[in-house]
Ligand binder design. Structure first.
Ligand SMILES: *Cc1c(COP(=O)(O)O)cnc(C)c1O
Length: 367
């Protein structure tokens, strides 16, 4: 069971808002709720953040935007992704704010808006070096005038995305920021002025106030996670998700016996293992076997054997545990805590992946 702490999300939003309100500036906070709000449940997360004053939301594709509207979100919803793969009409029927990142996307939107006799607000994406989506920063003179001439597009913002914000040793974030500044100046010279400018994901937001511009776009920080290897000294965040299960069986192993597929983790002394009904079908990474820990009776216990589809095994040797005892996979138990960042570190991946993969089978309750 995943418990999503809505008041922690609201607290984190307020903390981020307070952090970026400095020197008379007050950048807006665009709450990133893509990928089912990083596995936390987009509908409940977005509604809680809207109640706490989020000024805008961002999601990955049009379908996610539609789901947010259907959940009751009333604030603007920016769609980051390319538009060509899904039903463009959602933009109009659900009042979504699309990203225009290619000439063909601009033409398609313009044509659709013209046919409907409306103008559509959109954000312009500038590629300053990540080389993913966006108009190339060094080619704007050729691509943008045609977009600006489109009568049914209302460009409300220009933005870019950093490729190396969580790599302090890389010079690229600085370079991309300069390219973005030059792009904004070039757009201004072409007649695009007074638009909202935004660039910062969580890592950039933490690292450099010059990336804040008029709005910031945190995802990870909202959920109470700090992107490794960064620290958030001046930001007090609360984890927004805990993941718990219960022991369903306890079993003794004789010396030389293993557990799970592959019969790994054989030992030369008797041991006891607890069976926990959570596996890779719930999104738990198979690499956790032998590397990850869970909390049982307030103590850290190693995950052993193999992560199966629906079950996993935990070494509880020496502890008096019983079926029904709570197992904490993410979160606190007594004075111990397992964080998403710790799990990601143990298996050599990133925190985003751990939470985004939490399966749909996991019941998400809010508190
Ligand atoms: C995912 C995403 C963000 C948020 O990233 P975090 O690292 O989770 O803060 C911001 N902007 C864009 C374009 C994104 O795709």
């Amino acid at each position: 069971m995943a418990t999503v702490h809505l008041e922690a999300l609201q607290y984190n939003l307020r903390q981020i808002g307070a952090m970026v309100r400095q020197d008379g500036r007050a950048p807006a906070v665009i709450a990133v709720v893509k990928a089912n709000a990083y596995g936390h449940g987009a509908a409940q997360v977005a509604m809680a953040l809207e109640a706490a004053g989020a000024s805008m939301f961002a999601c990955a594709d049009l379908e996610e935007g539609v789901a947010l509207r259907e959940a009751g979100v009333t604030r603007p919803i920016l769609v980051f992704g390319a538009l060509s793969v899904s039903e463009l009409s959602h933009v109009f029927t659900h009042a979504l704010t699309p990203t225009v990142s290619t000439p063909s996307a601009a033409r398609a939107l313009e044509a659709d808006a013209a046919a409907r006799g409306v103008t559509i607000g959109c954000h312009l994406k500038i590629d300053t070096g990540m080389n993913r989506l966006g108009f190339r920063h060094d080619n704007l003179g050729r691509t943008i005038p045609a977009v600006l001439a489109m009568l049914h597009l209302r460009i409300e913002a220009a933005y870019t995305h950093f490729a190396t914000a969580d790599q302090p040793e890389s010079p690229w974030m600085e370079e991309q920021r300069h390219r973005f500044d030059r792009s904004l100046a070039a757009l201004g010279a072409m007649g695009l002025r007074g638009v909202v400018r935004h660039a910062a994901n969580s890592a950039a937001l933490l690292r450099d106030a010059r990336t804040w511009y008029d709005a910031v776009r945190p995802g990870l920080l909202l959920y109470g996670m700090v992107p490794p290897p960064l620290a958030a000294a001046n930001l007090d965040l609360r984890p927004a998700l805990s993941l718990t299960s219960r022991i369903v069986a306890v079993k003794g192993l004789r010396p030389g016996e293993g557990t799970g597929y592959g019969m790994s983790w054989q030992g030369d002394r008797p041991r006891s293992i607890a069976i926990v009904p959570a596996g890779y079908a719930d999104g738990l990474d198979t690499r956790l076997a032998g590397r990850g820990h869970v909390l049982v009776r307030g103590r850290r216990r190693q995950v052993v054997g193999s992560i199966c589809m629906d079950m996993m095994m935990v070494d509880v040797t020496g502890e008096d545990v019983s079926p029904g005892d709570e197992v904490v996979l993410i979160g606190r138990q007594d004075d111990q805590e397992i964080t998403v960042r710790e799990i990601a570190g143990a298996i050599g991946t990133i925190p985003w992946e751990i939470v985004c993969r939490l399966g749909s089978r996991i019941q998400r309750v809010s508190s």
